[in-house]
Design a protein around this ligand. Sequence first.
Ligand code: SAH
Length: 244
Amino acid sequence: MLFDIVTIFPHFFDSPLKDGVVRRAIEAAILKIRTVDLRDFTTDRHRTTDDRPFGGGEGMVMKPEPIYKALKVLKEEPPEARVILLSPRGKLLDQAMAGELAQLGRLILICGRYEGVDERIREHCIDLELSVGDYVLSGGEIAALVVIEAVSRLIPGVLGCESSAENDSFSDGLLEFPQYTRPRIFKGWEIPEVLMSGDHARIAKWRREQSLGLTYEQRPELLNRAKLDEKDIKYLRSLGWEKS
Ligand code: SAH
């Protein structure tokens, strides 16, 4: 999968892509990530990418021309791309959306700065406006990295162990059960006895109930869309949950 990141800070991405899962996927040629310096698509001496807002007000707005030109050049090149504008006003990125994006061959990610991007880019030049959460960042660069990490771990071959994304939080609409590793007793804090039992059915049941309980406690709204069977519903009811 190819990611093209359109940004005024291309060097922002040097170090975050140098470690971990993403680096390995780049080395294995499963991922290719390119940064596109928006200033290369300016024509003035100062390589200007922003200007004052029409109608007045604080701050600066990203000019439409450099972004338009960058997109034009990028889109002339195959493969076909989905163009995404990162913005707090966008659709919220969740695991299901990450899964959909992971099916695609190429994403172009546009990073805003300042007060955001001239609205005409959103109106005419993009396929999707995407937010990584209900808070405001100072730029789209970190949001782009969030998209890259969340999407790329769902591409086959990117995670070392294929099954590790399957159990992750949200994969079935629930939060993941607690995990423990050695030592069995640390500072007198013991791991749950069931995990030492060797009884796989009991462990599976315990993990499922932990997932349900944690989701009920931390993110009850997720339960309305989660895949639940009769047993799950019975267990949740015993905790006090009422389906809304
Ligand atoms: N004034 C804008 C915020 C601009 S923040 C507003 O209130 O909507 C500057 C840039 O940071 C945005 O253009 C966007 O690219 C990025 N950004 C900020 N928060 C983001 C979020 N939650 N998700 C994705 N991108 C975000």
